[in-house]
Ligand binder design. Structure first.
Ligand SMILES: *Cc1c(COP(=O)(O)O)cnc(C)c1O
Ligand code: SF4
Length: 337
């Protein structure tokens, strides 16, 4: 029997918030108190990859500022429709080379990544999976648990990663079944890659937290310090109090966080919320995202400056995905002297 959920009146459930998310230029302009014509916007870009922004995320953007760094991450911009050499639909080669029929991607030793859903709670324009053929991986919950049981019988396994899309769009029940199976084996970590605690902090319900049994690592995804507000901090704190190890990955994005001071503030806000920075990814050359590119030398210099301003544990590792490589490839920081 399921108990009815108590939802405070002022606070819609996360499912509601997802349903009510911003999906049109008009709704976005409205939320930001901008005239529609002040938003650089492309219908062709939204046709390729829909606009999707929860109000909880939009609320952290500056009103009236078409150049806001949070807006830039999610705005379907006209530059997306320009073809740029070297930018393609499968930038990390995972679809062709590494994915099996069940949507399991195995690139690295001991780690198996399950693409569990194609849906996200927010559509980030720079996403390397924006063209990923998710429909090919459609699995029912019971098929997925059977896939998982098969994986868990393998010897050389230390970690199962849930990715997507956003795995926290799965039901608490299903996530609980996954966590329980992994915990039963004892020597395997469950890692969840998710942007939901940032996009809709109310996703972190008591029932989600109690579903995450066993050894769990959650890698969240924030790119700018303004993404961490009080609600986000409280969601992350609930996870940490339940024993979840929290890490963050960012993507280095021109016009968003290509600045050592912004990254230093991001690390500070994350740390306050109990999260350590893990990776700072160089942009994967995905078609439609070329306007976010930061070149290697600039990237290495920014991380060098960050390293001079913060303790080592607040400096993420600058990495690149190299198709065919056995791990993410780290780039050394560049120092002034
Ligand atoms: C990034 C990634 C992982 C995890 O890599 P770590 O360096 O352990 O964080 C695992 N599988 C795939 C397919 C990945 O892309
Ligand atoms: S939440 Fe993650 S998977 Fe979804 S669009 Fe953003 S970067 Fe891509």
């Amino acid at each position: 029997m399921s108990r009815p959920q108590l939802i405070p009146l002022h606070n819609a459930s996360w499912q509601h918030q997802l349903r009510d998310a911003i999906r049109s230029r008009e709704a976005l302009a409205d939320a930001l108190q901008l005239d529609v014509h002040e938003l650089p916007f492309s219908d062709q870009a939204t046709a390729q990859f829909p606009l999707l922004i929860p109000h909880a995320f939009a609320a952290r953007m500056r009103r009236g500022d078409p150049d806001d760094p949070l807006l830039r991450q999610v705005l379907a911009a006209p530059q997306e429709t320009t073809d740029v050499d070297g930018f393609n639909r499968d930038p990390v080669g995972e679809v062709e080379q590494f994915r099996d029929d069940a949507g399991i991607v195995r690139k690295y030793q001991g780690r198996a990544l399950l693409v569990v859903t194609g849906q996200c709670a927010i559509n980030c324009r720079y996403c390397f999976r924006r063209h990923y053929p998710y429909a090919d991986d459609a699995r029912s919950s019971s098929e997925r648990l059977a896939d998982l049981d098969r994986l868990l019988r393998e010897d050389d396994l230390c970690e199962i990663l849930l990715s997507g899309g956003d795995p926290l769009l799965l039901s608490d029940n299903h996530l609980g079944s996954i966590a329980k199976r992994i915990a039963a084996r004892g020597d395997v970590t469950l890692r969840i890659h998710t942007r939901l605690p940032i996009a809709i902090p109310d996703r972190v319900t008591e029932s989600l937290v109690s579903a995450l049994t066993g050894r769990v690592v959650m890698v969240v995804h924030a790119n700018h310090d303004a993404e961490i507000d009080a609600a986000t901090r409280s969601a992350l704190t609930r996870l940490r109090d339940a024993g979840v190890t929290l890490l963050n990955q960012s993507v280095l994005l021109a016009g968003v966080n290509d600045d050592a001071q912004v990254l230093a503030s991001l690390s500070d806000r994350l740390f306050e919320a109990g999260v350590l920075p893990y990776y700072l990814h160089l942009l994967d050359p995905v078609a439609g995202a070329a306007h976010f590119l930061v070149d290697d030398t600039t990237a290495r210099r920014i991380v060098g400056q960050l390293a001079e301003r913060r303790p080592g544990y607040l400096v993420p590792r600058l990495v690149r995905e190299v198709p065919g490589a056995g791990s993410k490839r780290e780039l050394a920081p560049l120092y002034n002297a």
